[in-house]
Ligand binder design. Structure first.
Ligand code: AKG
Ligand code: FE2
Length: 288
């Protein structure tokens, strides 16, 4: 098996179908390399101020810079990119809503060894999701070319169907190489890990992930993005950040108010909606 590559013009249904089968796919050339340079320039002060990881999993030669919604207008465009959202909408189509899970530049420094092979969905306290249930859909945007030598993400295609809590060696994996401006998609169920960086430069990727809105977010968007910035953001981005109910009754504010009202009082809406309708929708998804 190898990592499938698709063109940026590929219909989202096909990207999602490949993800459902392999748990991983690269979409080539989603944005021109200059867009990644612009993101890098906007984030440069924050990248420079970020410390390296303090444990093996984070990477002692790796810098992880988050809060991208607050820090980079270009990152907001990547978060909302239709090639990504159209695919995520299908992959996470089994839930009432999905949300932004985390935003993070992963800068893997020279000499960093390979990261432990893992599933990102282990973040939910290792909850054993049923096989085939996708809790999250992930992207890594190549901010530099991703090569085997510089630490391209290593993946096991098809491992989205494997048992949980398995252990793998680096040699069981293959690198997802791609050019700057391309996007690696992978599900929360895919076994993968950052590759070792044996090159003479830093590997930059932007990890942007989305999860079922009934689950907790890895990056707390309400606290990572100051309210005064949130007030300036488009409504669809705000809702994706979690200023919306995550499912019937999840995440309302005090008197059953829609959380969007906190940042956009003009959009006030009270009440939870109709549970019977929500239940019917869930039934339809199940029989789907
Ligand atoms: O940066 C990468 O290539 C992957 C990192 C990763 O899988 C993680 O930190 O969970
Ligand atoms: Fe990961």
């Amino acid at each position: 098996m190898s990592v499938e590559h698709l063109a940026a013009s590929t219909p989202a249904e096909q990207v999602a179908a490949t993800l459902s089968q392999d748990g991983v796919v690269v979409v080539d050339g989603v944005v021109p390399p200059e867009v990644m340079d612009r993101a890098r320039a906007e984030l440069e002060p924050y990248l420079r101020a970020t410390a390296v990881g303090t444990d093996e999993f984070s990477g002692r030669r790796t810098r992880r810079t988050g809060g991208l919604v607050a820090r980079s207008a270009t990152a907001r465009d990547l978060i909302m990119h239709p090639v990504v959202l159209d695919t995520v909408r299908i992959v996470l189509g089994h839930v009432a809503a999905f949300q932004l899970h985390l935003t993070q530049v992963i800068a893997i420094g020279r000499g960093e060894p390979a990261q432990m092979v893992h599933r990102d969905q282990w973040a939910y306290d290792f909850f054993p999701f049923p096989k085939g249930y996708e809790a999250q859909c992930n992207t890594i945007w190549a901010m530099t070319d991703f090569t085997e030598e510089n630490g391209a993400t290593r993946v096991i295609p098809g491992s989205n169907r494997f048992d949980d809590r398995m252990q793998f060696a680096d040699t069981d994996t293959m690198p997802a190489e791609m050019a700057k401006g391309s996007v690696l998609f992978y599900t929360g169920s895919l076994y993968h890990g950052a590759g070792a960086n044996r090159s003479d430069h830093t590997r930059y990727g932007i990890n942007i992930t989305y999860n079922c809105a009934w689950l907790r977010q890895e990056e707390n968007q309400y606290l990572s993005v100051p309210l005064e910035i949130a007030r300036t953001l488009p409504v669809d981005l705000l809702r994706l950040m979690g200023y919306a109910r995550g499912a019937y009754a999840l995440g309302y504010v005090d008197d059953l108010r829609d959380p969007i009202e906190v940042v956009r009082p003009d959009l006030a809406r009270t009440g939870l909606g109709d549970l019977e309708q929500a239940a019917n929708r869930a039934r339809e998804q199940l029989t789907g």
